[in-house]
Design a binder for this molecule. Structure first.
Ligand code: IPM
Ligand code: MG
Length: 372
């Protein structure tokens, strides 16, 4: 039976990286005996400029019945909704909120041979294995709760309000996801201890006090996992100074959003950072870099983030369907990516190479096919 995978390539460099993701899926079909029915739909800011909609209604329907969803990127510089919001973001939030994808899972891993980007000119290779943690970002509430607005526009009394909602249910399921993940992982690079860090601002906000209280309640059920706490401001400092102490970190929505862009710097940049938006019944996987319009159409950007999103999808689907072929395929894709990065011969510009997006995709696909 073929697994149905919805493809939402979207804007800017989204279609270019999606092409490479599809290249990998096709090779996975042959090399691992998996079968996919690919269902592409247009979406995003460009589509909005052409049609007045962010995506066709049937795309969301299709996502509801699909086995998994892959998203490229959304966002076009000229495409704004009448209320000023970015056109295309409705696709991302339509999926996250509409399919209840409550855990945004963002691995932060520096592969051997890849240089961190703490400074673009001073590019050291860090000791391999130093950076290997996962941020679980709560994905359905927090500051992203769509309860916001302008009380008055213009003038000196102009005022805008965003409501930051933290619920017991929202916090609990994200925290539980983080602990379940920690149990399955190999621990933090520093000491191999299973550890979950609660990242919040509970020294100030009520929502974060609830988040931390729920964290402690859930943690009590996982005595084999160490509890750790960090205020978000200090956390941004510590992940740069000593990333090796982190294993799994869980944070409310907006803190997880900000921390993972910073964390991408530790893993070689946004070109290698992937994420999964995971719920109990559905999941969507994406590179987290966005549409980067200035590079669009040049076959230039790094497809590794998209390919690692495909890897996460295969792993999730393998687990969910009890399909070992997919689990093996996920491992195969990760080793292929790791081999290409380690050898350092076929890399895009962001990692110091001269290869095109499609060349890196082809090189990784070759390794997946050869199972090396
Ligand atoms: C991300 C992005 C999105 C977010 C934007 C595009 C709405 O920054 O996935 O991290 O803030 O969630
Ligand atoms: Mg972000």
């Amino acid at each position: 039976m073929a697994y149905k995978v919805v493809l939402l390539a979207g804007d800017g460099t989204g279609p270019e990286v999606m092409r490479e993701g599809v290249k990998i899926l096709k090779v996975v079909q042959e090399a691992f005996g998996a079968s996919f029915e690919l269902l592409p739909y247009p979406c995003g800011g460009q589509y909005y400029l052409e049609t007045g909609e962010e995506w066709p209604a049937e795309a969301f329907q299709s996502c509801k019945t699909a086995d998994a969803i892959l998203l490229g990127a959304v966002g076009h510089p000229d495409a704004r909704l009448p209320n000023g919001d970015l056109a295309g973001a409705g696709v991302v939030f339509g999926l996250r909120f509409g399919l209840d994808l409550y855990a945004n899972v963002r691995p932060v891993k520096l592969y051997p041979g890849v240089r961190h980007k703490v400074h673009e000119e001073f590019r050291e290779v860090w000791r391999p294995g130093l950076v290997d943690f996962v941020v679980v970002r709560e994905n359905t509430e927090g500051l992203y709760t769509p309860a916001r607005g302008f009380l008055s526009r213009g003038g000196t009394t102009e005022l805008a309000v965003d409501s930051r909602v933290i619920t017991r249910k929202g916090a609990e399921r994200a925290v539980r996801f983080a602990f379940e993940l920690a149990v399955r992982r190999g621990g933090a690079p520093k000491d191999r201890k299973h550890r979950v860090t609660c990242v919040d601002k509970s020294n100030v906000t009520a929502g974060d006090q609830l988040f931390r209280k729920v964290f402690d309640e859930v943690a009590a059920k996982y005595p084999q996992v160490e509890r750790d706490y960090a205020y978000i401001d200090a956390f941004t400092q510590w992940i740069v100074r000593s990333p090796e102490q982190y294993d799994v970190c869980v944070a409310p929505n907006e803190f997880g959003d900000i921390a993972t862009d910073l964390a991408a710097v530790l893993q070689g940049g946004m070109g290698v950072a992937a994420g999964g938006n995971i719920g109990d019944a559905h999941a969507m996987f994406e590179p987290i870099h966005g549409s980067t319009p200035k590079h669009a159409g040049q076959d230039k950007v790094n497809p590794v983030a998209m390919i690692l999103a495909v890897e996460m999808m295969l792993d999730w689907l393998g687990d969910r369907k009890g399909d070992r072929k997919l689990t093996a395929a996920a491992k195969g894709v990760e080793s292929a990516v790791a081999a290409v990065l380690r050898e350092g011969k076929v890399l895009t510009y962001d990692l110091g190479g001269t290869a095109k997006c499609s060349e890196v995709g082809t090189e990784i696909a070759k390794r997946v096919a050869a199972k090396t």
